[in-house]
Design a protein around this ligand. Structure first.
Ligand code: ZN
Length: 299
């Protein structure tokens, strides 16, 4: 797992990774190039290090703000919350308590945020994972929200753009988490039937049941530079196979070279590229402003 950017002089109890409420004069230390970066400059650069291009993690809301046209996002199914079907306890902590804590820390009610938006005027449905909520593990609410978003996108005639990042299935829900894998895959079929594209953007880190289900069956699979993507982690694979893994294994660049993903898109270009891809795949044309404009544009 990649290290997070460490904020200098920040209050240690504040859980606001690269958030919007950074006080003036604060500096961040990039974990890759070790350079100090002015936090405002870092935020303006969409949480990408201007010195070495290190892509830090974004929260789901930051991601939506960086992609969707301002004010265009309308959230779906925000009221869905997890049940505790197994009465699960981990390290003596009941699952509902764990959920409460995750909610408090992330400000989200679940690990996936879905809704309708436009990107440069192009209508889409968005499904964005929140890694700050229990490692964006895929439980029954994550799966249900994703499935509903796919079905609603198909019904509304929108392309689905999913930002996939996850530690895997949510162990607290046991087999109910595993049910989400076929469920999300089946849901995507609705888009195929409606001849609408499904685009997945794999962001660091993307592992386990999410990689093994909807994230890697998209029509177009994009990734951010340096994102780590896989099913099991490299250490587990090395232990099981007793083989040394090649350098760069499971990085987006390695996967592009081996044909598992279609393109790596730097965060600064993601908005333009997503709009372009959706337009290309759907034939979407922005409605003309007036009949005069339309006549003038006709050769
Ligand atoms: Zn850097």
């Amino acid at each position: 797992m990649r290290p997070r950017l460490r904020r200098r002089n920040a209050a240690p109890e504040k859980h606001d990774p690269f958030g919007t409420q950074v006080p003036d004069g604060l500096w961040l230390k990039c974990p890759r190039c070790r350079e100090l970066v002015y936090s405002r400059e870092f935020e303006r650069n969409l949480s990408v290090c201007p010195r070495c291009n290190y892509h830090a993690r974004l929260s789901a809301r930051q991601r939506i703000a960086s992609i969707a046209d301002p004010g265009s996002f309308v959230e779906w199914d925000a009221e869905l919350v997890a049940a505790d079907p197994l009465g699960f306890r981990a390290l003596d902590e009941p699952y509902p308590q764990k959920i409460q804590e995750a909610r408090r820390r992330s400000g989200e009610r679940e690990a996936l945020v879905t809704g309708a938006a436009t990107i440069l005027g192009v209508p889409v449905a968005l499904a964005v994972a929140e890694f700050g909520f229990l490692g964006a593990s895929m439980g029954s609410v994550f799966g249900e929200k994703f499935a509903r978003a796919a079905e609603r996108a198909a019904a509304d005639g929108r392309a689905l753009v999913a930002f996939a990042s996850s530690g895997g299935a949510r162990m607290h829900e046991g087999v109910f988490s595993l049910f989400q894998m076929p469920k999300t895959i089946v849901a995507v079929e609705a888009l195929a039937s409606a001849r609408l594209p499904f685009i997945a953007v794999l962001v660091d880190p993307c592992y386990g049941g999410v990689t093994a289900s909807f994230a890697t069956i998209a029509d177009l699979i994009l990734a951010e530079p340096g994102a780590m993507i896989g099913f099991a982690g490299p250490r587990v694979i090395e232990q099981v196979t007793r083989q040394k893994l090649p350098s760069g294994f499971q990085s987006a660049e390695f996967l592009l070279e081996h044909g598992m993903i279609d393109a790596i898109v730097p965060r600064q270009h993601l908005r333009d590229e997503l709009a372009r891809f959706v337009r290309l795949l759907t034939g979407y044309r922005r409605p003309s402003a007036s009949p005069v404009t339309r006549r003038e544009s006709t050769p």
